[in-house]
Design a protein around this ligand. Structure first.
Ligand code: HEC
Length: 152
């Protein structure tokens, strides 16, 4: 009886988090990103003159379309053109599997205030063929990949 009550109490405490099915816990692969973008997605050193990396919340590169733009960044990295950030966005396609990338894209696009669609490993497979091994993109190249506002 005591055990039953304890189990029910446990469920009552857990259920709010179980109900929030669309905000899953961070996938293991997010640990790599968090090293620079921070566990809170704000960028390590946010608020200092030179943070490690930019925030994820509200980023057009993160939230654009079906996730292709964000995936392209993970595959090519971003060529460093200024000294805004201490870190460098390196290409990460070689260290992450399609499923890992799908999980991390889905997580980042639906957390930190973002509300964009989930990404599948199947989509990432196609984007790997398109972008993996290509030269690092400049921010201006990435801008050109963005869908026109009207099409979103
Ligand atoms: C070693 C540090 C580092 C790691 C690790 C890292 N990033 Fe980055 N990331 C950066 C930096 C620095 C920039 C900004 C580059 C620039 O604009 O010059 C950036 C930019 C980005 C952007 C563009 C954001 C915007 O709005 O400009 C995305 C998306 C992104 N990273 C995703 C990821 C993901 C996903 C991972 C993990 C799989 C990751 N990054 C791992 C340093 C890092």
């Amino acid at each position: 009886m005591k055990n039953t009550i304890l189990t029910l109490l446990g469920l009552a405490v857990l259920s709010p988090s179980l109900l929030r099915a669309q905000t899953p816990a961070a996938p293991a692969s997010f640990g790599i990103c968090a090293a620079c973008h921070g566990p809170d997605g704000k960028g390590i050193g946010a608020g200092t003159p030179m943070p490690m990396a930019p925030p994820y919340g509200g980023s057009k590169f993160v939230n654009d379309g079906d996730g292709e733009v964000m995936a392209s960044i993970v595959f090519t990295g971003i060529a460093k053109e200024d000294a805004k950030f201490l870190g460098i966005m390196a290409p990460l396609g070689a260290v992450l599997k399609d499923e890992d990338i799908a999980a991390v894209l889905t997580f980042v696009r639906s957390n930190f205030g973002n509300k964009s669609s989930a990404v599948t490993a199947e989509q990432v497979k196609g984007w790997r063929e398109k972008y993996n091994g290509k030269p690092m993109q400049k921010r201006s190249d990435i801008e050109k990949l963005l869908k026109p506002a009207a099409a979103q």
